[in-house]
Design a protein around this ligand. Structure first.
Ligand SMILES: O=P(O)(O)OC[C@H]1O[C@H](O[C@H]2O[C@H](CO)[C@@H](O)[C@H](O)[C@H]2O)[C@H](O)[C@@H](O)[C@@H]1O
Length: 555
């Protein structure tokens, strides 16, 4: 029995032979993946049904966004019961079937743990509101609110009933932050993780986990934003070590990832260095803010290539040199589709999708594939603001109008930036509702009948992903090689070198919609082309969005 009094489940798991570095993780937004009941909402049975598809792609772990009971104000990130399944997604029988079937295909699951906050409908908050002192200490209540802003707009503080006090909500008003200083809260959180471990789960994604550490005395932030007062506080490392020890640290095959809001490289190294016993890897978002004008998401701006290149180089090298481990990703449920942001998608969707894939799948870290990415899904072609349902999007729309932005301009910004861009139903075929549901989808489909799995499964993008995923399993150079920046001054090509044993790989990715010429570094003169997303290679030139990897055996 482990320290937390539970049986270790690691020996039962299918991923025993995998190392962390071999893995490729597929993210499923369950609400939008496949609806098997006609309710218009995706479900766990839908995930089970598509396991053969994921196995064919080469996936060995699936991250599922929250499927627990929730008022759904923030699509499940407002949890009202951590240890249950919302009936709209299925039940424990469906869950057990999904996990068991997954094992047959060598696929494990990673669950989303939202441990920074709970829904105000959670019984802890309700008891606290009713005056229960024990539960009041589960939350961050203050007489005098600080000047911190909620990430979804407005103040981060709301009146706590009619007590004259305020509760902290870094996200929506319906998501009350938990008080991790209270050891009873920590104990409850550890219990949640162990509850799911005992159900055969060894993968965990921890939502905005680097903001759980709040001081006893809270201070205003001088930049009129509370970010630095609660992000990456040193105590977060202590909490993660406690979490690790009380839960997944008992499982040598556990895979954990922390979603790190506005984090630093220094902290990310500490969060992921194996000897620190915190997490396996981290998501950071700096590379997905290179199209924010003056740091403001709700603006429209072409992406800044040099900023992107420098961020990748800096994170890649420093994590490699210091034993840290990155999650590698272009897409997730909070981001508009990368194809619309980084590629001239009208003219080069297919080549661009393959180049983006190569740029992370050949890099150092664990790649994540967000559902639909493998067939080149793009943002929906919505024509009406009423198509958008996400609360962050709607808050932003109203605040843009308040600032004097016209409805037309505000709509254009939503089209480029809304989180709903990623949340549209998976496009399985070109039939009604893209084959996602026989009912009425909870969020309108993307209206791109030409892009779907039935058509693209044997197509260029899918097969390129399949090839890249297989390479990570067969080549130590890809899974375990070091990372070094290359061609640091190029204003069009993102280049890096991987090295392992006597092998070296130079990966070049052209981020422009035009040919770019370059000088091949001398040491790669006598090398072979290992990966190419085009059929040909014209010496010292990369075609629009071409990706080429040159392999050199040193001896
Ligand atoms: O943009 P950052 O400050 O670096 O933060 C990263 C993401 O954090 C938030 O995402 C997660 O938490 C939310 C509340 O639980 C939830 O709504 C979201 O779906 C989670 O992934 C933030 O909402 C994202 O926009 C940021 O990208």
């Amino acid at each position: 029995m482990g320290a937390a009094g539970i049986k270790p489940v690691a020996l039962l798991l299918s991923g025993e032979n995998m190392t962390l570095n071999d893995r490729v993780i597929y993210q499923i937004y369950p609400k939008s993946f496949l609806d098997t009941t006609g309710s218009g909402i995706g479900d766990l049975k839908g995930v089970t049904q598509k396991l053969p598809y994921l196995a064919d792609l080469g996936i060995d772990m699936v991250w599922l966004n929250p499927f627990y009971p929730s008022p759904q104000r923030d699509n499940g990130y407002d949890i009202s019961n951590y240890k249950a399944i919302d009936p709209m997604f299925g039940n424990f029988e469906d869950f057990a079937e999904m996990v068991a079937e997954g094992r047959k295909y060598g696929i494990e699951f990673m669950l989303d743990m939202v441990l920074n906050h709970v829904s105000i409908e959670h019984e802890w908050f309700q008891k606290a509101l009713a005056g229960d002192k024990y539960y009041q200490d589960f939350f961050i209540l203050r007489d005098d609110p600080t000047n911190w802003n909620s990430k979804f707009g407005g103040s981060a503080w709301a009146p706590f009933g009619n007590t004259g006090r305020y509760y902290l909500h870094l996200y929506d008003i319906s998501q009350a932050d938990l008080n991790w200083r209270n050891e009873n809260v920590r104990h409850e959180m550890f219990e949640v993780v162990n509850f799911w471990r005992l159900k055969g789960i060894s993968g965990f994604r921890f939502d905005v986990i680097n903001v759980i550490g709040k001081d006893e005395v809270l201070h205003d932030n001088s930049l009129s934003e509370g970010k630095f007062e609660y992000t990456d506080k040193p105590i977060v490392h202590d909490y993660l070590q406690m979490l690790n020890k009380a839960t997944f640290g008992h499982d040598p095959h556990a895979v954990t990832v922390g979603e790190m809001s506005s984090t630093t490289i220094e902290n990310s190294i500490l969060y992921t260095r194996p000897d620190r016993h915190e997490l396996s890897m981290v998501f950071n978002f700096h590379h997905l803010k290179v199209d924010y004008k003056d740091g403001d998401k709700w603006t429209k701006m072409p992406f800044d290539f040099t900023q992107l290149r420098d961020l990748f180089h800096e994170w890649g090298e420093q994590m490699s040199e210091n034993g840290g481990w990155n999650a590698l990703f272009w897409n997730n449920h909070d981001q508009p589709r990368a194809l619309n942001r980084f590629i001239d998608v009208e003219n080069f969707r297919v080549k661009g999708a393959k180049m983006l894939a190569a740029s992370i799948h050949l890099s150092r870290g664990t790649p994540y594939v967000y559902m639909g990415e493998e067939i080149g899904m793009v943002d929906p072609d919505y024509t009406n603001v009423n198509n958008y349902l996400d609360l962050e999007t709607l808050n932003a729309y109203h605040s843009l109008l308040k600032k004097g932005v016209t409805e037309k301009e505000a709509f254009e910004i939503l089209k480029a930036k809304s989180r709903d861009n990623a949340r549209t139903p998976m496009q399985w075929d070109n039939g009604k509702n893209s084959g996602f549901t026989t009912g009425s989808p909870w969020l309108a489909v993307g209206n791109h009948p030409e892009i779907n799995v039935a058509q693209d499964k044997n197509g260029e993008i899918y097969n390129f992903y399949k090839k890249l995923i297989a390479l990570r399993k067969s080549e130590k150079l890809i899974s375990d090689g070091t990372y070094k920046a290359a061609m640091k001054d190029s204003d069009s090509i993102y280049a890096f070198i991987r090295e392992f044993g006597n092998q070296k790989l130079l990966v070049l990715n052209n981020f422009r919609n035009r040919p770019i010429s370059f000088d091949l570094p001398d040491e790669f003169f006598a090398s072979e082309i290992w990966i190419n997303n085009y059929d040909d290679y014209k010496k010292n030139t990369l075609q629009p969005y071409q990706s080429v990897a040159f392999l050199k055996n040193k001896f």
